[in-house]
Design a protein around this ligand. Structure first.
Ligand SMILES: NC(=O)c1ccc[n+]([C@@H]2O[C@H](COP(=O)([O-])OP(=O)(O)OC[C@H]3O[C@@H](n4cnc5c(N)ncnc54)[C@H](O)[C@@H]3O)[C@@H](O)[C@H]2O)c1
Length: 453
């Protein structure tokens, strides 16, 4: 039976180790975090992902998998350690090379090393030469190295690890084919074989594409705000064009990937990445814009009521919907900025993170959805978690609701009459209501002309 060492048991490494073990491989999971190792071996992993406990239990029970801090000999090594950026937005590859140093202590003839961590173009080749220099083994003859980027969607990882197509880029043909054989053990999607550099760049281009499209949605939202238009309705209508598909604006871009990976391209191609840099800056500025909007609306809310204090409930703190991951979360940075504001009593509702894993400054502010909705004067939608989508309208009917993730938006059905049109326009927001009054004469003229030719 082939033996696999998965190095780095986080959001990518642990599910990958489990899926490989379920496919019949003998898998050892390695991490430097002793607490994480102990939790995994007791079947209570610290990361949250649907079905992870059941799958982990199965592979622990069959003894196809265990976790340890000690590197062991194996046929395949998968590196899935973090690749954040440093202060100056340059890739921090220290975790990758620290893992590689440890692997070099057990690497032997015939072994294969797969880099799954997202890295700047050229890193896999440098890694291969680094391993060769440490071991005296010859790359391509004695051992094989390839990059195989990961594309899974947190929340659906166990399915996507199997069904997603994979790109496999070896540093030579032999490496590519060795690694393709490995993924054949558990991937039912197509395997596309290419060079290491193309595989590295494909991953970075995919995430930069997402980042640029999100930045476009955020700029549309900013323009809509200035024009007093509901951005979600605007985008919904623009998307009725058969070849337009604008994304939904959110409160910003976070997580470990989309907010980070474009900088790896900027680092390597400083002259050819103007659009990517601009998109990064737009998306990084979005939380600041959200904070400014919330402060303005709360000041207005207080003025109209003649009060000095406002109880504010924030819905969602994670970096995106239906995950427990707070890393680089724009919602969390918004919450932190509001924490410092006088005259705001802050409450947060984050159903995916238990109090134990919340940052300390929010532990005493965490409330259940029902408690938060009943206590708050103003509610802000930051992350579109599933439980928030079914909030009963009567629970928030007399509250001010500010929506930065499309929670309140109901998609347009075909509107043929003036009445249907105006009932479809959300008017729960004072700012939009006021602005709609300003544009009503124009709206009437257009509709009457079109409706009564
Ligand atoms: N999370 C995602 O959705 C996702 C998707 C695609 C690609 N990626 C990429 O995959 C890589 C891993 O991401 P992640 O989200 O799983 O990170 P993570 O932080 O959840 O997990 C990484 C793990 O590696 C461990 N680690 C660090 N250095 C180590 C070492 N020298 N030896 C052993 N273990 C070590 C850490 O303790 C941690 O448990 C990153 O490059 C990321 O960009 C992540």
């Amino acid at each position: 039976m082939k033996k696999v060492c998965v190095v780095g048991l986080g959001y990518i490494g642990l599910p990958t180790a489990i899926v490989a073990a379920k496919a019949g491989l003998q898998v050892v999971g390695i991490d430097i975090n002793e607490e994480a190792i102990s939790c995994i071996n007791r079947c209570c992993p610290i990361i949250k992902e649907p079905e992870i406990v059941e799958h982990l239990k199965e592979v622990l029970d069959t003894k196809h998998f265990y976790a340890t801090t000690v590197y062991e000999e194996a046929d395949f090594f998968i590196i899935a350690v973090p690749t954040p950026f440093k202060e100056e937005k340059k890739a921090d590859l220290a975790y990758v090379f620290s893992a590689a140093t440890a692997i070099s202590g057990v690497l032997k003839k015939g072994d294969t090393v797969i880099l799954e961590s997202t890295v700047p173009v050229g890193t896999t080749k440098i890694l291969a030469h680094f391993l060769a220099s440490k071991t005296g083994l010859k790359v391509g003859d004695d051992f094989f190295v390839a990059h195989c980027p990961e594309r899974v969607l947190p929340g659906n990882i166990f399915k996507e690890l199997k069904v997603n197509d994979r790109i496999i880029g070896g540093i030579d043909r032999g490496s590519t084919h060795h690694v393709a054989q490995f993924y054949n053990y558990f991937v039912s999607g197509d395997l596309y074989l290419t060079t290491a550099e193309t595989a590295e760049m494909a991953k970075l281009v995919e995430n930069s594409y997402r980042d640029v499209n999100i930045a476009f949605a955020h700029q549309v939202a900013s323009m809509a705000k200035t024009a007093g238009i509901d951005p979600y309705e605007l985008i919904d209508l623009a998307n009725k064009h058969p070849r337009v598909n604008i994304l939904k604006p959110t409160c910003g871009v976070g997580g470990h990937c989309i907010a980070v990976d474009p900088w790896f391209l900027v680092e390597t191609f400083p002259q050819e990445t103007e659009l990517l840099k601009a998109a990064r800056l737009v998306n990084d500025a979005r939380p600041l814009d959200v904070v400014a909007t919330i402060k303005t609306k709360i000041a207005h809310w207080k003025d109209t009521r003649g009060v000095k204090q406002c109880k504010l409930l924030l819905l969602g703190l994670t970096y995106k919907a239906d995950v427990d991951d707070l890393r680089e979360s724009p919602a969390l940075s918004i919450a932190r900025a509001l924490l410092k504001e006088s005259g705001i009593e802050l409450l947060v509702c984050e159903p995916n993170v238990t109090k134990q894993f919340l940052p300390v400054d929010f532990v005493n502010r965490a409330v259940s959805l029902a408690d938060g909705l009943s206590q708050a004067d103003v509610i802000v939608g930051l992350v579109a978690h599933t439980p928030f989508k079914t909030i009963e309208k009567q629970l928030i009917a007399h509250k001010k609701f500010i929506d930065f993730c499309g929670l309140l938006h109901v998609s347009h059905k075909q509107s043929s009459t003036k009445e249907q049109f105006f009932s479809a326009v959300r008017s729960d927001d004072d700012f939009i209501k006021q602005s709609m009054q300003d544009i009503l004469p124009f709206g009437h003229q257009r509709l009457e002309k079109e409706g009564n030719p």
